[in-house]
Write a protein that binds this ligand. Structure first.
Ligand code: TRP
Length: 453
């Protein structure tokens, strides 16, 4: 896109809402709670928050500043800053291509649950084993996956993102309020307080490198970092909008929603199945197993549950639309083809790549890649390998090639003060590169079972 054509977000609120709209999605509501439950509860939450205000802050500020400074999206931006490093742009562009397919598989599950609640089948959804039986079927999850990704593609083809965004902007605050109410309600269930303690009180004996890696991957995922998205958003940001406080607001919003989602789901796990490792380590299905039970025991549970899943669906759609949009525009630019054709290519390839993730819990459950089912594998490759690598490259690039001053200047345009300047420099130059390298090495050794920490 040329610079003249680049539209700008109107003011700060517009920017923060747009970036938060992309950031808030299944990552907050589905992924965060299951990871927190699995990786030690309170200790995961603590590590996540520490990482958010150091790593997350520095990386998001750097990405948005790179975008605003160059006025370009990732591939062009790195090229413009230093030709030798344009590969970082390409690498980061690969990440949304891996995420979109399996994101849509989960989106399909959400659609299925929304329809079940809508048609009053809450009892069925709340029975033990329902979810596992559902995802292991050969046909049904595929149909929901196709419906979800088809919906995403339709919005992208017809360019009606703005409409979806408007609806979701109204729904998002309602989703927050509703989640808080559900969380509070859930806390009154017998046994729930133990779950809340597990989630809120850090138990330092549960700390491990894996906790840090999981929290770091989740941070990148949830805030849409290390995949070029925030660079694109930055390129639309006006010069007079305060960059630093925008970053803080997006982070607060994103982390706030994830926090509440954890409070809504983890105490429920304790109430219904106790704090056993099997119950807590349920993985991707956790939200779909626990929440229907919470709703089932609630007055007006059917209504609340339906409203909840509709809103989650919208939050997910805004994210998958922006994921697909990113991939479509890259394919358009690189192959020099029409938008519609590019949409079709992206849609078809996402369907093909998504199918194994969709079938990986059922008929293809015996096919494993380095011991993981397909969905977990794609999740692992993008979140625990590629995003940390991209984040490492960005921090080295900013810290040693273009130098932090370049970013600081951009943050301080039009007389703005960069309050956390020192923190930014230390994180980008030293903490981020060292930590990411250590974590990457240990995670790769761990994935191949070379040695387990
Ligand atoms: N951050 C989104 C979420 O929490 C998921 C996501 C990852 C995303 N990468 C993205 C959304 C790129 C939009 C664009 O669900």
């Amino acid at each position: 896109m040329s610079n003249e054509k680049r539209s700008n977000f109107s003011g700060k609120i517009g920017f923060v809402l747009a970036a938060a709209g992309s950031a808030v999605g299944l990552g907050n509501i589905w992924r965060f709670p299951y990871l927190a439950a699995k990786y030690g509860g309170g200790i995961f939450l603590l590590v996540y928050i520490v990482l958010a205000i150091t790593f997350g802050f520095a990386l998001m500020a750097a990405e948005i500043a790179i975008g605003r400074k160059t006025g370009l999206s990732a591939i062009g931006a790195f090229k413009k800053l230093d030709k030798r490093f344009s590969f970082i742009g390409y690498l980061s562009a690969l990440v949304p291509m891996i995420i979109l397919p399996y994101y849509s598989v989960i989106g399909g599950w959400v659609t299925k649950y929304m329809m079940m609640f809508l048609s009053g089948n809450i009892n069925k959804a709340a029975t033990d084993g329902f979810f596992d039986a559902f995802i292991s079927q050969p046909i049904e999850p595929v149909i929901w996956f196709l419906i979800y990704i088809g919906l995403t593609a339709l919005v992208v083809v017809f360019g009606v993102e703005k409409g979806v965004e408007k609806v979701s902007r109204v729904m998002m605050p309602v989703l927050v309020v509703l989640s808080v109410l559900i969380a509070v309600y859930g806390l009154f269930m017998p046994g729930a307080i133990d779950g809340a303690m597990y989630y809120l009180m850090p138990d330092f004996t549960k700390f491990s490198v894996k906790t840090v890696l999981a929290a770091m991957g989740q941070l990148f995922y949830s805030m849409s970092l290390a995949m070029g998205i925030m660079i694109t958003y930055g390129s639309y940001m006006k010069k007079d909008v305060k960059l630093e406080s925008s970053v803080k607001q997006i982070e607060l919003f994103d982390t706030g929603i994830a926090f509440v989602a954890g409070l809504m789901i983890i105490p429920g796990v304790y109430a219904f199945s106790g704090g056993t490792p099997e119950a807590l380590g349920k993985g991707p299905g956790l939200m779909f197993v626990t929440l229907p039970k919470v709703f089932n025991g609630m007055v007006f549970g059917n209504f609340v549950g339906t409203a909840f899943f509709i809103m989650v669906l919208f939050a997910a759609l805004t994210s998958s639309i922006s994921l697909m949009e990113t991939v479509v525009s890259i394919v358009c630019d690189k192959l020099k083809i029409e938008r519609k054709v590019s949409c079709l290519i992206v849609f078809l390839s996402a369907v093909i790549i998504g199918l194994p993730s969709c079938l990986g819990y059922g008929i293809w459950q015996d096919v494993k890649i380095i011991g993981m089912q397909f969905l977990d594998f794609f999740d692992f490759i993008s979140n625990s390998v590629m995003m940390p690598v991209v984040a490492l490259l960005i921090s080295v690039f900013v810290g040693y090639i273009i130098k932090p001053d370049n970013i600081i200047d951009e943050v301080e345009t039009e007389g703005a003060v960069f309050k956390k300047k020192k923190l930014f420099v230390i994180v980008i130059k030293y903490i981020a590169p060292i930590c990411i390298i250590l974590i990457l090495i240990s995670s790769i050794l761990d994935a191949f079972n070379i040695f387990t920490i």
